[in-house]
Ligand binder design. Sequence first.
Ligand code: SF4
Ligand code: SF4
Ligand code: SF4
Length: 245
Amino acid sequence: MKTRIGFFDFTGCEGCQLTVMNLENDLLQILKLVEVVEFRELMSADGVDLDIAFIEGGVSRKVDEQRLQTIRRRSRTLVALGACATNGGVNLLGNHRRIDALRQQVYASNAVHLQTENPRPLHQVVQVDFGIPGCPIDGQEFLAVLQALLLERAPELPSFALCVECKLHEYPCSFDYGEICLGPVTRAGCQAICIAGGDRCRGCRGLLENPRTTPYHRILEEQGMSVEEILDQYRTFGLGGQHES
Ligand code: SF4
Ligand code: SF4
Ligand code: SF4
């Protein structure tokens, strides 16, 4: 019997699911090994048990909690897909505002019907077995994780900093032209795609397991940044509170 997988979305932009759909030829190969029993962008088959549930987006409504718990009960393995699901991602920017004021600003006269709460990552509601980082996820990394799970092996993520990939590609360093970059404390795996595009890293792949934040912050302070400005750097993808040492 094929492995039964499902894709579900909560509060997010569906960019991570789109990344999976964009795998095109690889997706056709995957379908030889797995049966996709649920994928809102393609089909719906509520209620069957799953071997693996891939879940995009965060939890921001009471009704989301119940739906997520139901999916958890149906699924042998639950994988969080992307930054919103793994650590809150950009949704957590909403936590810096009063939720009722934010709701009013976004939904205006419809606000009263939409009982949104402060957004949370999945692990604050159910047990998550594995998380695929990024905003959006990397398609090849998704395939590698799926392959490991099909072989009943623990998936692995790069455990080194983005700067390593950046240096290997010989990209110019953002710090050299006065831009703050989260590369020294961010998990590698995207091939420093933002640096390649002339931007800086904002940490969408989350922090390393043991980021060396003390020396990093010292460098930022030497650049004239205040503590508040440094903390601000972590807020884009909801990394506040994760930096320890
Ligand atoms: S992680 Fe990024 S791409 Fe994925 S759902 Fe959230 S906002 Fe969209
Ligand atoms: S640009 Fe960013 S990721 Fe690249 S070396 Fe500099 S700090 Fe590291
Ligand atoms: S460079 Fe940083 S922000 Fe850009 S994709 Fe990679 S981890 Fe995300």
